[in-house]
Structure formats: C-alpha cells, structure tokens
Design a protein around this ligand. Structure first.
Ligand SMILES: Cc1cc2nc3c(=O)[nH]c(=O)nc-3n(C[C@H](O)[C@H](O)[C@H](O)COP(=O)(O)OP(=O)(O)OC[C@H]3O[C@@H](n4cnc5c(N)ncnc54)[C@H](O)[C@@H]3O)c2cc1C
Length: 369
C-alpha cells in the first residue's frame, strides 16, 4: 500500500480556500481535516503492523512523511500543524509506550481519533497530584492545537518529584477550553486554545514511558524536522505566489524582481535541503552520534526559519502593498508563516548546536562518486 500523494496534491487548492474563508473568525478547517482523514493522512503514521504506512514511525517512512507534511503545509499550514502534532503523538507512543498502548492508539486512529501533543504549559502548569481516589491532574495546557477538535492528547505533566511524564488523555466534549486562536495574528485556523485538565483522573495505564522520556535526546530536538516540513510547504507556496503574481502584473521581468524571484527560489530550496537532511538524520538512516543528530536538526530548524523570514521579506517588498491587502491570499500566508516560525527557544537551539559543533565537524552525507 502506498500513500496517495497525487490526490493530496490535488486537494491543496480546496484546503487553501477553506483556510482563507475561516481566517477572520478563526474557524477550524473541519472539512479539510475530514478530507485528509479520508486520504489516510491521519493513519499514515501508524506502524505497518497496525494498518498504517509507517510514515514517521519507521525509518523507511521519513521521506514519505516529509512529502506528506510539505503538501499539507502548501495547502494550509494550520492543518499542517494539527497533523504534525497528531503524528508526533503517535511517534512518541510508539517509541516509549507499551505494545498495548500502541495498539490502543492505532485502534483509536482507525476509529477517526485526532491526537494532540500538548506540551506548552498554561498559567497553571499541568501537574499530577495525589488525591483520595488516586492521581488527578491539576492545571492545563496553553497554545494547544485543535484544543476543541482533538479526541485524545499526549500531554506532559509534572509528577510529585518534579520529573516530567507523558500521559495519554481521552478528551470529552465537556472539556474547558479558552480560545487562543482568535487572538493570534496568524495560524488562526489551528484551533489553538488553552485547555484546563484539572480534575481528570490519571490511571497507571495512561502513563507513557518513564520520567524524563519526553526530553530524551536526540528525539526531543530531532522531532523538530516535522514542523520544518510544514513550514517548508508554506515557504514554497509563498515563493510560487511571488512568481505568479509578479508575472500576472507584468512585473516579473524587471531585474530587481528577477533577483527577488531567484533569492526566493534559493531560500525555498535551502529549506528543502535542510529538511531532507534533518529528516534523514532523525530517522536514524545515518550511523551518527545522538548529539550530532540533535545539533544538526537544530541548525536545520534555524536555517528553515531564516529561509521563511527571507521569503516573507521578498514577498512583501516584491509585491508591495498588494501583499498587505486582505483579499490577497499572500497576506494570510505571510501571517501564518510568520506565526508558525515562532518555535520555542530559538536562541538556545542555535547556541547549543554551535557549541556542539565548535570542536567537531558536521557529519557529512557520503558524496563520494
Ligand atoms: C499556531 C500554534 C500552534 C501551537 N500548537 C501547540 C501544540 O499543539 N502543543 C504545544 O505544546 N505547543 C503548541 N504551540 C506552542 C509552540 O510549540 C511554542 O511553545 C511557541 O510557539 C513558542 O513561541 P515563543 O516565540 O513564545 O517561544 P520562546 O521560547 O518564549 O521564545 C521567544 C524568544 O525568547 C527567547 N527566550 C526563550 N527563553 C528565554 C530565556 N529563558 N531567557 C531569555 N530569552 C529567552 C527565545 O530565544 C526567543 O528569542 C503552538 C504555537 C502556535 C503559534
């Protein structure tokens, strides 16, 4: 069985139209998600023994997952973020969970579950507390994608002795969510909100892995490559729109605009090359040290951020004010990409990678003839 990439590519325009229509009201792209579900996007990450394609959970699946996330990102980066969180949650359960937990998640996904990966803490960080009847959650998560639409989430919570644990939670309809997406400038369709999980009982079977597993390297840093793949899709879409809109207005032949087109193409290709490199290393296809994997992906994350910022500047300067007019799709895409590029701790990410490679070389792919 293979993934229907052509069908996914064919529905990008549909995803984009829905994203633009829902932007003002920060409406979640429910039709787009359903379309992706029908194409098998949500089940693709499951291991093959559980009826998936292993995209993201088996080494051979990295290239396919990259292409899938990139295509979704080209259509709607907000949906890309939601799919990326879902895939990440499945991968973490496969890496650290028990066979029974993996089977449970697989069954849920075949029954149309959408998983969130909710890590960012809200005003009251999520903790597990001992109550009379057993462990209960106290606190909640902020910037949780698909806060209302996810049926399940893998969340991080602090335990008594402050170690971070991963927990699988089933989310009922009555959960308390404060919309966050309405206040965000971009990625307004990601259904981002603050979710209060206070009072939810924690059964031992819900605990995934051991204390500290979530932060275990190289997975903790290397997982960033999937977000890079979604951002890559947005960068490629903006770069394509720069070219087509300049051509439509008869401005593409001006030397300064040609230079912008060239620089945008270079930026998009740079993002692609780094994302491919990161995906390959993260999937363990190269025999390299765990520190090399984490630091290379960290550099790649910053390279994709830089490529995205460059394309945003080129689009805004090349198209001028029309890039700021709300009925031009470029205006929304710039907001979505600029928001999505704000990933956690970029300074630390760069400094850690730089420190790692100060006294050793970046591992090079074998390019001998
Ligand atoms: C649309 C969207 C969806 C999201 N979905 C989810 C989700 O589903 N699950 C989830 O867990 N999270 C989610 N997030 C949150 C996301 O993962 C990041 O936590 C968030 O984007 C980090 O943004 P930030 O710029 O505030 O990061 P920060 O890490 O606060 O960085 C901001 C700046 O401060 C600097 N900085 C950071 N720490 C320090 C420090 N100690 N001292 C000095 N400077 C510092 C950084 O280098 C950077 O320059 C989402 C975010 C968005 C926008």
């Amino acid at each position: 069985m293979t993934f229907p990439f052509e069908a996914l590519a064919a529905c990008r325009a549909e995803l984009e139209t829905e994203a633009s229509a829902g932007d003002a009201q920060a409406t979640f792209p429910a039709a787009g998600l359903q379309r992706l579900r029908q194409l098998g996007v949500l089940a693709a990450a499951l291991p093959r023994v559980h009826g998936g394609l292993g995209l993201g959970t088996e080494p051979h699946g990295a290239a396919g997952l990259l292409h899938m996330l990139r295509l979704v990102g080209q259509g709607n980066m907000a949906l890309g973020r939601v799919v990326e969180g879902h895939v990440n949650a499945i991968r973490l359960v496969c890496l650290y969970g028990t066979p029974a937990q993996v089977a449970r998640v697989a069954q849920d996904v075949h029954d149309d579950a959408l998983y969130g990966l909710w890590v960012t803490d809200g005003a009251t960080p999520l903790r597990m507390e001992q109550a009379a009847g057993g462990l209960v959650l106290h606190g909640g998560k902020a910037f949780a994608s698909a806060a209302r639409q996810a049926t399940h989430a893998l969340v991080t919570a602090r335990a008594e002795r402050d170690a971070t644990r991963m927990l699988l939670v089933a989310l009922d309809e009555g959960r308390t969510v404060q919309a966050g997406g309405a206040g965000l400038a971009g990625m307004r369709g990601a259904g981002t909100g603050q979710c209060d999980l206070t009072g939810m009982a924690v059964l031992p079977a819900a605990m995934v892995g051991q204390p500290g597993d979530y932060l275990r390297q190289p997975e903790f840093s290397a997982g960033a490559w999937r977000g890079m793949a979604v951002a890559l899709g947005g960068i490629e879409r903006l770069s394509a729109l720069l070219r087509s809109q300049l051509a439509t207005r008869g401005r593409a032949a001006a030397p300064a605009q040609q230079a912008r087109i060239g620089r945008a193409l270079i930026a998009a290709e740079t993002a692609l090359l780094w994302t491919r490199r990161a995906a390959r290393m993260a999937s363990g296809q190269d025999q390299v040290d765990a520190g090399d994997i984490a630091a290379t992906v960290n550099l790649g994350r910053l390279a994709v951020e830089r490529a995205g910022l460059e394309v945003i500047e080129l689009v805004e300067r090349g198209l001028g004010l029309s890039a700021f007019v709300r009925d031009n799709v470029v205006e929304r895409l710039v907001r979505d990409l600029a928001t999505y590029l704000r990933q956690p701790a970029p300074d630390e990410t760069l400094c850690e990678a730089a420190a790692w490679f100060t006294r050793r070389d970046l591992p090079q792919p074998d390019v001998r003839p």
